[in-house]
Design a protein around this ligand. Structure first.
Ligand code: ATP
Ligand code: MG
Length: 692
């Protein structure tokens, strides 16, 4: 029946159907571990085998790690060259790549800078202060809240007034001020050629719909495949539609999406499982395939996961549209363990001991993972792992790049990359001794940073000695001018050397800024090491922003490639992953469900799905831990212990666990073509329509 049946030979009939289906849009809806991702990767292999040009295939995944894992599978089944030509990545990284090619028609310089979430928040804060809302006696929402309101409004494409009413009622009085801030924020980004994450998607969507770039973009791909479709937001769904040649086209684009509505965990970022439910409406004539056999976990583990999901109140925002009682042929295996602990340190010690025991039994560290709801939940465990010299890599939570000193160095590179980057200038200038907000404002004027036309020349002006600094900052500024002059030519001086060259300036300013400046300087060396892989500064900066490395500096030594290491991950970042043994820690009420979700039905339903995602990561052994006392230190002040209860989600399923208590004791380019204005204006008008 099929040209090369061998490719999909190890798949079951439904999976094979999904691999070979052609001609109409395809949706695979199935539960955890049923082989959705495997099926998608096999489909790519099959397409290449069928003669589809690999570079006409777009594979969209939720993380870059997922894309590279899938393409790795494709490479081993085809050849490296074919796999490397497939367009694989996240929506944001694909947007970045496309906008660098097509963005000029939207008035974007190909050298635009991408702001990560915390930079965007800082820029919002800067605009907020400039607009005079920072120093008011009346309490005004903090920059994080302002950025949160903005993000919710843009991602859900809802009006500001609606967002304020439903999600931020305590800010409802500030609608007018927020409008002013948002307009200024948008103008600032455009003027300085910087895009935040949301802009990447908005510009991609607008370009795909524009007569200038749309047809050329649609012409790039014959096949679009999307993993984790349940976690796409409405903009992403529009983008997919915008990128597809319609069914009445001579060669319609073939689209294939896979997802699991029971694993929708990004509602807080406005992802909507409705996209998946609406797939047959969005893509008329779509075929739906369902999968039921779980190949990952043993039956006792699935029994717990199924029961947790079944306990979800059906009224709480319809957790799942499709009944999925997962089953497995791996019927043998230990019952999952539910361990309560006296406190967090007992939990940390027990987890370490269990992990080392498992390793003694032949389960290497790489087959084991520890999962938790929030990034800081692993703090205590990380100390214990370090003490015992157990190497680990952490995913999710605070990123290395969010560390202030790493941002300092990156800001220096960003100025070299885009001298109009006001935010980076602000950070760098104010890092010098004796330079406060008033001096920064004066320097910004002298460097003409506010002028869209002259801002690109600000770096040259600074190097030439323009910008009078106070005496205390003279030596630092001289060093910086010299370092900038040496690094300006990206072609002759690769990014790794630029990082090295900028380090002496950091060595001068860090001691005044930070307590442990020596440790922070060694992080700069690490940054130089990662920069070595890149030939251009812009590429290096963009890759770092779109795919930040984990929190490397706090590890018990960076793992070498051939070493064995344990995975620590937030549940969000563990999506799609699997390990032989999984420990879910801090499974206490208040942690999961997070206390922030208490009292909110949709939020609670999402927390339950998070628990489901965590439980379904385990292949052979699952241990859930609940410390009954934990330490709270909020904002460094409120130092106390609180009593906790085992997560309410586990209450109805406790008989499916082996329960026990642990023995551990407490102890700018201004030339814009005509049509350009069209798309840029369109994005700006759309944004403005949200708050007008
Ligand atoms: P999740 O919902 O967690 O993302 P998934 O549906 O994407 O899960 P995969 O990760 O693709 O599932 O597969 C889960 C495991 O089952 C993998 O180890 C995969 O290799 C294995 N698997 C999938 N299909 C088969 C099959 N037909 N035969 C044997 N193993 C399979
Ligand atoms: Mg998957």
């Amino acid at each position: 029946m099929f040209a090369s049946p061998a490719i999909a030979a190890d798949l079951n009939p439904q999976q094979q159907h999904a691999v070979h289906h052609r001609g109409t849009p395809l949706l695979v809806v199935a539960g955890a571990g049923t082989g959705k991702t495997k099926t998608l990767a096999t489909r790519v292999v099959q397409l290449i085998d069928d003669g589809v040009d690999p570079q006409r295939i777009l594979l969209l995944t939720f993380t870059r790690r997922a894309a590279s894992e899938m393409l790795h599978r494709v490479a081993s089944a085809t050849d490296d060259r074919a796999a490397s030509r497939v367009w694989g990545g996240t929506f944001h990284s694909t947007a970045n790549r496309l906008l660098r090619n097509f963005g000029q028609t939207a008035g974007l310089s190909p050298n635009f800078t991408v702001l990560d979430q915390s930079d965007a928040t800082d820029l919002m804060g800067m605009v907020r202060t400039e607009e005079g809302f920072g120093e008011r006696s009346k309490r005004f929402p903090k920059k994080e809240t302002v950025a949160g309101i903005y993000g919710r409004m843009v991602n859900s494409q809802a009006k500001l007034s609606e967002v304020l009413e439903t999600d931020y009622p305590w800010c409802a009085d500030h609608g007018d001020e927020l409008k002013t801030i948002f307009s200024a924020y948008t103008a600032r980004k455009r003027r300085h050629q910087v895009l935040d994450y949301d802009d990447l998607l908005l510009f991609w969507r607008a370009l795909s719909a524009a007569p200038s770039a749309g047809p050329a973009m649609r012409d790039l791909f014959d096949h679009i495949l999307i993993d984790e479709y349940q976690d796409t937001n409405p903009i992403q769904s529009d983008i997919i539609r915008g990128m597809c040649r319609p069914s009445d086209d001579e060669r319609p684009t073939e689209v294939c999406a896979v997802g699991d509505d029971a694993q929708a965990i990004y509602g807080f970022r406005c992802a909507s499982v409705e996209n998946m439910w609406a797939f047959p409406d969005h893509f008329p004539g779509a075929t739906t395939v369902t999968l039921e056999q779980n190949y990952r976990s043993t039956s006792p583990i699935l029994a717990v996961a199924n029961a947790v999901l079944a306990s979800a109140p059906t009224t709480a925002g319809a957790t799942s549209h499709f009944t999925k009682e997962l089953w497995s042929t791996k019927t043998e295996g230990p019952k999952p363990h539910l361990l309560t602990h006296h406190d967090e340190s007992a939990q940390s010690r027990t987890v370490c001991e269990n992990i080392l025991d498992a390793r003694e039994r032949g389960m290497d560290l790489r087959s084991q993972a520890v999962l938790f709801r929030a990034g800081h939940h692993s703090d205590g465990l990380e100390l214990e792992l370090t003490r015992r010299d157990i190497p680990y890599v952490k995913y999710g939570g605070l990123k290395y790049l969010e560390a202030a000193h790493v941002k300092d160095l990156l800001s220096l590179l960003r100025i070299l990359d885009n001298p109009s980057d006001m935010l980076a200038w602000h950070r760098v200038l104010s890092s010098m001794e004796g330079i406060g907000p008033a001096t920064v404002r004066r320097l910004a004027e002298e460097l003409e940073l506010e002028s869209a036309e002259n801002a690109p020349l600000s770096l040259a002006r600074f190097i030439d000695g323009i910008g009078k600094v106070p005496a205390a900052a003279k030596a630092e500024a001289d060093e910086l001018r010299a370092a900038f002059a040496d690094c300006i030519d990206d072609a002759d001086f690769p990014p790794a050397q630029q990082v090295e060259r900028l380090k002496p300036f950091c060595a001068m300013v860090f001691p005044n800024r930070y307590d442990n400046s020596t440790a922070r300087l060694s992080d700069i060396d690490q940054l130089a090491a990662s920069a070595a892989a890149y030939g251009s500064r812009n590429r290096f900066l963009t890759e770092l922003t779109l795919d930040p490395p984990g929190k490397t500096s706090d590890q018990a030594g960076p793992p070498h490639l051939d070493d064995d290491w344990l995975t620590l991950s937030t549940i969000h970042s563990a999506k799609g992953g699997e390990w032989r043994a999984v420990h879910v820690i801090h499974a206490a009420d208040g942690n999961i469900p997070s206390d922030m979700a208490l009292g909110d039905q949709a939020g609670m339903a999402e927390e339950l799905r998070l628990m489901y995602v965590a439980l379904t990561r385990a292949k052979d052994e699952l241990t859930v831990h609940a410390p009954l006392r934990f330490h709270v230190n909020r904002f460094g002040q409120d130092d106390r212990h609180v009593l906790a209860q085992v997560s309410r989600f586990l209450d109805p399923v406790r008989d499916l666990f082996d329960e026990g208590a642990s023995q551990a004791q407490p102890s700018d380019d201004s030339i814009i073509e005509l049509d350009t204005v069209g798309v840029a204006d369109e994005v700006d008008t759309l944004l403005a329509s949200l708050w007008d």
